[in-house]
Design a protein around this ligand. Structure first.
Ligand code: HEM
Length: 475
């Protein structure tokens, strides 16, 4: 046995067995899609299909769609993930069977203090929270918040003024980010706050710690242990920051109403649930709304004829740069087409997901229990079968006449069905108001610092890798 140096035979046997077990474990989950007769890229041990196509996952989805069609199987590390772009199947998953089989997104368990936030909560708990929160986002409530929004949009216009006058190159997110956060904080907390601290903490909630993400993906069975040990994707410092704001608000309100706030454990539970929702709104709403505005500015600067048309609509709706009203804003057709088209090409959320609670057959496809179903909306919005010339920015696709021909399951920037984005209407008002006021006062243009085509960023949201830079001219 001289060819087995250093170790005893027992050690070698142990070593080889361990290597075999390591390899078997790393490949164990693969092969499920072959058995189901569903095509897809070949997985690599432990890493699955990650990086087999483009390293930016939502761009990779587009490449897979071109290669495999409307249904394919992938592996996010070891986890099988069924990608679905077929509109009929999507209707079944997102709408018809939402309450029965596809109520929930996946739950990593490592949610820290956000375990009961609406986006993470499951089944009855989710239904209860959604039922309580839905009235906060009706048109009536949003209309009541319109003045707060207008206060912040006028601040945005004032902040842009010196930049436009000096002809400076502007990093758009630097202006739209604080505006979105100011509006969300103003509407949620009813107070003015320093948006930079809010932005910093909200952004941290979006950045999953890579090492923890990989570890739990390799060894998902250990997630309950990681949870028990206090590991979480969401930094405690940031969730505590939002908790402190809510506690301060509660103390101030109790002070004003003369209550002492001593309701015991029940009050603590309610406070915890409120903190979770508030935190989620701040981090879910801020980045998505700000990114939408940045992409809108980018597309309009690159398409001056569209911008001119939109400015004409704005000027005729609010003559002489008159004050923007909620009702008129909501009725602007071309504005709606421009925003919709921008959210088709660059929808801030690149994927939706649902988990099958039981094995279910929909439209002839059997989806096994616990299968993660992923809806690649970035790819869906670029499918040439539904969207001819998908890379072209053409707001007329969403004109009154053309809109009727769009299959609603091919356009999902806010998701669809009972678990869609609860803040959709609110977000659209935030975005439309800022866009109208910016274009009332300024025209946007590209400059040599404007990147084209955009390099996309490997982040949780659909974002450009490099900040979008433009110029403004006063009108
Ligand atoms: C342009 C801005 C926004 C975009 C593109 C967007 C998009 C989305 C998408 C795609 C989903 C997943 C839907 C699904 O799974 O079917 C979602 C969920 C959600 N969004 Fe938004 N969102 C935006 C703004 C907001 C705002 C401003 C808020 C709140 C203030 C908000 C709160 C939520 C919540 C709470 C959920 C989870 C709903 C649930 O699980 O019941 N979003 N959003």
């Amino acid at each position: 046995m001289s060819f087995l140096p250093f170790f005893s035979l027992e050690t070698w046997i142990l070593l080889i067995t361990s290597i075999c077990l390591f390899a078997v474990y790393g490949n164990w989950t693969y092969g499920i899609f072959e058995k189901m007769g569903i095509p897809g890229p070949k997985p690599v041990m432990y890493f699955g299909t990650l990086g087999r196509h483009n390293k930016v996952y939502y761009v990779a989805d587009s490449e897979c769609a071109q290669k495999y069609g409307k249904l394919w199987g992938m592996y996010e590390f070891r986890r099988p993930m069924l990608a679905v772009m077929d509109p009929d199947l999507l209707k079944g998953i997102l709408v018809k069977e939402c309450f029965t089989y596809f109520t929930n997104r996946r739950n990593f368990l490592l949610n820290g203090d956000l375990y009961d936030s609406i986006s993470i909560a499951e089944d009855d708990q989710w239904r209860r929270i959604r039922h309580i929160l839905s009235p906060c986002f009706t048109s009536g409530r949003i209309k009541e918040m319109f003045n707060i929004m207008k206060h912040h949009s006028s601040k945005l216009i004032t902040h842009l003024q010196p930049k436009a006058q000096n002809g400076d190159v502007i990093t758009m997110k630097g202006f739209f980010g604080p505006y979105s956060m100011d509006v969300i904080a103003g509407c949620m907390f009813s107070v003015e706050m320093d948006s930079s601290a809010l932005i910093s903490h909200a952004s941290k909630l979006f950045k999953f710690p890579i090492a923890l993400f990989m570890f739990q993906a390799f060894f998902p069975a250990l997630n309950p242990l990681l949870k028990f040990l206090g590991f979480s994707f969401f930094p405690k410092k940031s969730t505590n920051f939002f908790k402190a704001i809510v506690e301060k608000m509660r103390a101030e309100r109790n002070g004003r109403s003369g209550q002492n706030g001593q309701l015991g454990h029940k009050s603590d539970d309610i406070l915890q649930t409120i903190v979770s929702q508030v935190t989620l709104f701040a981090f879910g709403g801020y980045e998505t709304s700000a990114t939408t505005l940045v992409f809108l500015a980018y597309h309009l600067a690159r398409n001056p004829e569209v911008m001119k048309c939109l400015q004409e609509e704005i000027d005729s709706t609010f003559p002489d740069k008159g004050p923007v009203t909620y009702e008129a804003l909501m009725e602007m057709e071309y504005l709606d087409s421009v925003v919709s088209e921008c959210m088709r090409i660059h929808c801030p959320v690149g994927r939706l997901e649902r988990v099958a609670k039981e094995t279910v057959k929909i439209n002839g496809i059997t989806i096994p229990k616990n299968m993660l179903v992923m809806i690649p909306i970035y790819a869906l919005h670029r499918d040439p079968e539904f969207w001819p010339d998908p890379e072209e920015f053409k707001p007329d696709r969403f004109s009154k006449q053309n809109k009727q021909r769009i299959n609603p399951y091919t356009y999902l920037p806010f998701g669809i069905g009972p678990r869609n984005c609860i803040g959709m209407r609110f977000a659209l008002v935030i975005v439309k108001l800022a866009l109208v006021e910016v274009l009332q006062n300024y025209s946007l243009s590209v400059c040599k610092e404007t990147e084209f085509p955009l390099t996309m960023h490997l982040s949780s949201l659909v974002e450009p890798l490099n900040p979008i830079k433009l110029k403004l001219a006063t009108r």
